[in-house]
Design a protein around this ligand. Structure first.
Ligand SMILES: [Zn+2]
Ligand SMILES: [Zn+2]
Length: 332
């Protein structure tokens, strides 16, 4: 009996080692495991600067999104804007050196978030060979789309030839102490922040409505609560928050920053969103990109937030833990 158990155990161990060997053959590093902790790391210094959105005091405005996230002594580029040169030029004009940024976080596959990636790598590696060399994405970002070409497939091929590594996240993962990638978000509520007319090919070769399954957010754990950065919010900001509070740790959300895809939201949807945001004690909002100007002001009113605490995002604005939001002149 004992021997049987031993044989069973050793064949199980062999199976496990085979699995990991097979995974290593894959070019991409796939992060499957959650490293859930109860004693979470806290980020002390945080600065988030908008590098691409529609409004611009300095630099170029465009339909797109990108922000530089500075955490303690590390820098992460969140999305890369739409036009190839926007983020590069806006950073230059703002006096920000992006050549030391090695880590990129992509919220999802859409061109208004990934359009600057190739140019940024090409230009910045001239100064630092490791610039823009590690790219964190959510599972699903490379799935074939039925009605249009998923440019991420070509971008991946080209960048991998250049030594760039893609890290695909299936679950929440602590990227740096106190900085989390959500991975794909559970769609608990029907926020449906996607058009619904495009289709995606699944692993079984079926085509289903493209709900942008890879959509993920970046979460920074601070002593004031979570700061969540969203790219286009296709998963829904409430789904995103609930994903974070259930998968990482249940605590308040101090600030939400980025695109929340509420530009077409009805009053009813905005009221529903505000009611859920209130439960999480949101204190600060920078609504950039596809949040919609009107929707941002409706949320501000519904949440009874002061003018300085609910701001339309603009190129060059920034947020930090000490001073809160430093809006662009146009958005004051
Ligand atoms: Zn999008
Ligand atoms: Zn977008």
């Amino acid at each position: 009996m004992k021997n049987d158990i031993l044989i069973l155990l050793s064949s199980f161990m062999l199976m496990l080692s085979q699995c990991s060997k097979n995974e290593n053959k894959n070019q991409n590093l796939v992060q499957e495991t959650s490293n859930f902790k109860t004693n979470l790391n806290i980020v002390k210094n945080l600065q988030i600067t908008t590098l691409s959105t529609m409004l611009a005091n300095k630099g170029i405005g465009e339909w797109g999104y990108s922000a530089l996230v500075e955490v303690d002594d590390k820098k992460i580029l969140f999305d890369t804007g739409r036009k190839p040169e926007t983020v590069l030029k806006n950073a230059e004009e703002l006096g920000i050196d992006l050549s030391q940024v090695e880590t990129v976080f992509l919220s999802h596959s859409h061109g208004d978030h990934t359009g600057g990636l190739l140019t940024l790598r090409k230009k910045l590696k001239q100064k630092n060979p490791n610039a823009i060399s590690k790219i964190h994405v959510g599972e699903g970002i490379f799935e074939q789309r039925v009605n249009f070409r998923n440019r991420m497939l070509e971008i991946k091929q080209e960048l991998e030839k250049d030594g760039v590594m893609f890290i695909i996240h299936k679950k929440e993962f602590e990227l740096l102490p106190g900085v989390w990638v959500t991975g794909p978000i559970d769609r608990i509520h029907p926020e449906k922040n996607y058009g619904g007319k495009w289709k995606i090919t699944t692993k079984n070769n079926d085509s289903v409505i493209d709900n942008i399954p890879e959509d993920q957010s970046l979460v920074i754990n601070t002593e004031k609560g979570y700061v969540i950065i969203s790219g286009c919010g296709h998963a829904g900001i409430i789904n995103t928050i609930e994903h974070v509070t259930s998968k990482i740790e249940n605590k308040n959300v101090y600030a939400i920053i980025g695109g929340f895809h509420l530009v077409n939201a009805t009053e009813k949807q905005l009221t529903w969103t505000a009611n859920h945001l209130r439960k999480h004690n949101i204190s600060k909002i920078i609504g950039a990109h596809c949040t919609g100007i009107n929707s941002l002001y409706t949320l501000k009113q519904l949440l009874n937030l002061e003018r300085k605490n609910a701001v339309v995002g603009s190129v060059g604005d920034h947020f930090n833990l000490k001073g809160g939001i430093f809006p662009g002149l146009i958005a004051k």
